[in-house]
Each structure stands twice: as structure tokens, then as C-alpha cells.
Design a protein around this ligand. Structure first.
Ligand code: FEO
Length: 396
């Protein structure tokens, strides 16, 4: 990838990974990603903010060579995960005078994960900064976005926030700055849902602190830079707020058609009541698409048949993921059908303790749905519509 100039003193030297399709064997990457790294050339000293994934080390070092970098005073490591710190050992060999600026926790992780010697690290925390001459790098400790050691780095002269994984997005693009905001919004929301949503309460605090700073540009660790910063900050305000949308997500799986009939009926009943709804088939689901829908759904209805004595394994996986990423869902329920017995409702309920939703009475039936089932689903749809209407946190 070409080195690109962001401003007189700042250069993008990271990697665009057009072909990567999964991250951590967990997060699907339908549109690739990037590993952003920034070189700051001050009048007296130089710094690199983050490195790149080790799979692209050769290309990354090539970028530094292309830019003619023969001295590095500081390597700022905002985050120890390998997609950003993976080329650090090589850099420490190439630049023996460089100091690694990182949090205490990050130093411990760099030592454990990459065998980085402690004496190469300069521990920093909020309030600390390094002076590069006509540019300053100020550090903002920001644990849990999304590891315990994460921090952000701010350059006041550029009004630029190097935000680590926060405010990022997974997609490969030749746009240095966001050009297509509609695309950015979808992919940043997906990224937020998958990676940042479990840490919503921490992010709310950091957002409040960031309001004290003049931020013109956000330079995240993945995806294009964002200018003006308000484009992404405003979206995060919505996503991290307590507000949810008048919208019901129905992750579903059906084996013989009974559960899907119930899903179709409930979908129709909710639509008739002015409630937004999305049936989401979960057989081989795209977990990123699911996470994105969970960001602001007021209600989630898990719809599954019983397999032997419990929920369908695909629904187990969905419930487990939903519980991990802790959506701000206000209401939840379970619908579906069983043949002769089982504990599907109890099992699913026990799997979602982190979803602090009010559980509405399940509609869980034996066999195929009939008139009684329709009446029960009608009662559930009525209840959801009323709850959404009366709850001041449900908007739209
Ligand atoms: Fe982009 Fe948490 O690494």
C-alpha cells in the first residue's frame, strides 16, 4: 500500500487488507479491513502510532522505508492486540533507540504476548505527553475499548485523535478519509455491535471526557479517517445512549415449519401495530449482521424449535453471542414449538443473564400452530406495541 500524507506532519503508513475475511476466527470481515499506523514527524523528534498485523510485516516495513524513516524516537502502542502491535518486535530491532509509549497494563501484555523487554517501554497514562518539537502527543488512558490496556493518543496541534480501535470500522477502502458516509455508518455500526457494545458504559465516560477536547479528525486503528469528527461521535452518542428503536428483532430457526409459521404470524401482527420488525434466519448466521441489528432493537424474540430436549444448537449460539455482547434491549421473549417435551424456554432464559431485558411471557407450543397460538401471538404483539409506546426510552 502506498504511504499517504494526512497533513504536513502526519502520514498514513498502515496496511489495507482487501482479502481478509475473518478476524480472530470470530468476526466476519465481508469487506476486508485495514491496520492503520501513523507516522508523526515533529520538528525535533518522530513517533509512530501503532504498527500492523504481523502477516503484513514486510509490506509495513516497506512503507517506512518508502517514507525514508531512518529514526524513530517513540513507538506509541495504543493497544497490544497483534493486528496493531504485531510488527513491534521487528521495529524494536530496526530502531534500537525507539521507546515504546504504552500503559502499564499494555507493557505487561506486550511482554507476555510479544516478549517485548520492559526496559524498552515508557509507561504513560492520562495527563502524560511526549514533545516532538512542534507536535505533541498526549495520552488518554481508556481501558476496555476493548481490552484492559487500551489507550488513545491526542495531537492538539492537529486536533487529531488517534482513537485506537474505538470509532473504527472494518472495511478496506482506498478512501483516506470517509467519503461515503452511508457505507461508513453501516460498517461502523456493525463494528460497534460486534466489538465495542459490551463496553458501552466505559465508552459513555470516554465520550464525555473527549467533549473537553477540540477534535477535528478521528484517526482510528481500522477503516478510513473521519472528518469532521462529529460524523462518528454523533453516531456513538446514539448507539451508546439508553434509547432503543421501536423495532423487534426475531432471530429464528425452524426445522419443520411450525416455528417459522409463528415468526411469520408475529411479524405480520407487529407490522399491523406499527412496530418495526426483522425476522433474522440464524442457520449459519453472519454474526456481524446480527450484532448490528442488536445495537438498538427495543425487543428481541428468540424463535426456535426444540431439538431432543433443548433449543436448536444454532439458537444456542445466537443466545450465547447476544449475551456476550450485552445489547441494551428492553424486552425479550421466546417463541417456538416442541414435539414431545424438553426445557427449551428454561435453557434459553438461563443463557442470557447479561441482557437486562424484561422477559415477556413466551409462546411455546406443542406441535403445529393453530387458532390458540395465533391468539397468544396476538396478545404478545399487543403487549410489545404497548410497551414500546409507553416506554420513554423507545423512540421512533
Ligand atoms: Fe484492532 Fe483490538 O484490535
Amino acid at each position: 500500500m502506498a504511504v499517504r500524507q494526512i497533513s504536513e506532519h502526519i502520514f498514513a503508513v498502515g496496511i489495507i487488507d482487501w482479502d481478509r475475511r475473518i478476524f480472530d476466527e470470530l468476526v466476519p470481515l465481508p469487506e476486508g479491513t485495514s491496520y492503520n499506523s501513523y507516522f508523526i514527524k515533529g520538528s525535533e523528534k518522530t513517533a509512530l502510532i501503532d504498527t500492523a498485523d504481523p502477516s503484513r510485516e514486510e509490506e509495513f516495513i516497506g512503507n517506512l522505508i518508502k517514507l525514508g524513516i531512518n529514526r524513530l524516537d517513540y513507538i506509541v502502542v495504543n493497544h497490544a492486540e497483534q493486528d496493531h502491535a504485531g510488527c513491534l518486535p521487528m521495529l524494536l530491532e530496526l530502531f534500537p533507540g525507539a521507546k515504546v509509549c504504552c500503559t502499564q497494563k499494555c507493557q505487561e501484555l506486550l511482554s507476555l504476548l510479544l516478549d517485548v523487554p520492559a526496559q524498552r517501554c515508557q509507561i504513560v497514562t492520562s495527563g502524560d505527553s511526549v514533545n516532538l518539537g512542534n507536535r505533541t502527543l498526549a495520552f488518554i488512558s481508556a481501558p476496555w475499548v476493548h481490552w484492559p490496556e487500551t489507550m488513545m493518543t491526542y495531537c492538539p496541534e492537529e486536533e487529531m485523535l488517534f482513537s485506537c480501535d474505538l470509532f473504527g470500522s472494518h472495511y478496506a477502502t482506498s478512501d483516506l478519509f470517509v467519503q461515503d458516509m452511508a457505507r461508513e455508518e453501516i460498517l461502523a455500526k456493525r463494528y460497534y455491535g460486534e466489538i465495542m457494545m459490551p463496553f458501552r458504559s466505559s465508552i459513555v465516560k470516554y465520550m464525555a471526557d473527549l467533549k473537553e477536547k477540540k477534535i477535528a479528525v478521528i484517526a482510528p486503528s481500522h477503516g478510513p479517517l473521519i472528518r469532521p469528527a462529529s460524523l462518528i461521535l454523533d453516531l456513538y452518542e446514539q448507539w451508546t445512549s439508553d434509547q432503543v428503536k421501536n423495532f423487534v428483532l426475531i432471530p429464528y430457526v425452524s426445522m419443520h415449519g411450525s416455528t417459522s409459521q409463528m415468526v411469520n404470524t408475529l411479524t405480520e401482527l407487529l407490522l399491523e401495530r406499527g412496530v418495526g420488525v426483522k425476522p433474522f434466519k440464524v442457520t449459519s448466521p453472519d454474526s456481524g449482521a446480527l450484532a448490528m441489528e442488536l445495537v438498538d432493537a427495543a425487543t428481541v424474540i428468540f424463535a426456535t424449535p426444540t431439538v431432543l430436549f433443548g433449543p436448536h444448537p444454532d439458537m444456542v449460539s445466537v443466545a450465547y453471542l447476544a449475551n456476550l455482547i450485552k445489547p441494551k434491549t428492553r424486552y425479550a421473549s421466546i417463541i417456538g414449538s416442541y414435539g414431545w417435551g424438553g426445557k427449551t424456554v428454561e435453557t434459553l432464559k438461563s443463557m442470557i443473564p447479561h441482557i437486562k431485558a424484561e422477559l415477556l411471557s413466551p409462546v411455546y407450543i406443542q406441535g403445529a400452530p393453530g387458532e390458540k397460538t395465533r391468539a397468544d401471538l396476538q396478545a404478545l404483539a399487543d403487549l410489545i406495541a404497548v410497551k414500546h409506546r409507553e416506554d420513554s426510552l423507545v423512540i421512533g
